[in-house]
Design a protein around this ligand. Structure first.
Ligand code: ADP
Length: 172
């Protein structure tokens, strides 16, 4: 069955999906931005589970339960900090999307929402990040996927417009 790709402008913590993805840091012990919002909405049990995970490398991902969130699971992935583009940032960002999709598929998830990983305090350029996100997700679902719905959850209108444009363009 085909996977539907959607863009919405929303707070990701409000979404009723099987999995939301968190743009975490390597400690997995919480932070600002979307990470802070997810921990606040999920409650202290999330941090307790995260403490047992031993952190996470950049470009990798780990899964926990969603606790008080409407989402059943949270996949915590660690995006690269943008240092100008010569530190393999693009490859690391693509890996975040791929590893998250692999874990969601292994969990049997049908619906998943991504935030705009690395584009906040990690300073990854928004347009480039969005094109890597869309390309990596398209490549993954073209190979096989049990997911029926993948949402790009944008916090700003500007981000949502970038994704709308990319998704309405034909695939490469
Ligand atoms: P990073 O450290 O990976 O850059 P940030 O949390 O600083 O992570 O920013 C990543 C993206 O998440 C930014 O586009 C930011 O606007 C967005 N964001 C912040 N809070 C939320 C939220 N509650 N829901 C969805 N996206 C959010």
């Amino acid at each position: 069955m085909a996977t539907e790709l959607k863009v919405i402008q929303s707070d990701i913590t409000k979404l009723q999906v099987d999995v939301i993805v968190n743009a975490a840091n390597t400690s997995l012990l919480g932070g600002g931005g979307v990470d802070g919002a997810i921990h606040r909405a999920a409650g202290p049990e999330l941090l307790a589970e995260c403490r047992g995970l031993g952190g996470c490398n950049t470009g990798d991902a780990k899964i926990t339960k969603g606790y008080r969130l409407p989402a059943k699971f949270v996949i915590h992935t660690v995006g690269p900090v943008w240092y100008g583009g010569r530190q393999r940032e693009a490859g690391a960002l693509a890996s975040c999307y791929r590893r998250s999709l692999e874990l969601a598929t292994a969990q049997g998830a049908k619906s998943l929402a991504f935030p705009c990983i690395s584009t906040g305090v990690y300073r990854f350029p928004k347009e480039l990040a969005a094109s890597i996100a869309v390309q990596t997700v398209r490549d993954f679902i073209n190979r096989s996927s049990s997911l029926t719905e993948i949402i790009f959850c944008c916090f700003s209108v500007e981000d949502a417009q970038i994704y709308e444009r990319l998704l309405s363009a034909p695939e490469d």
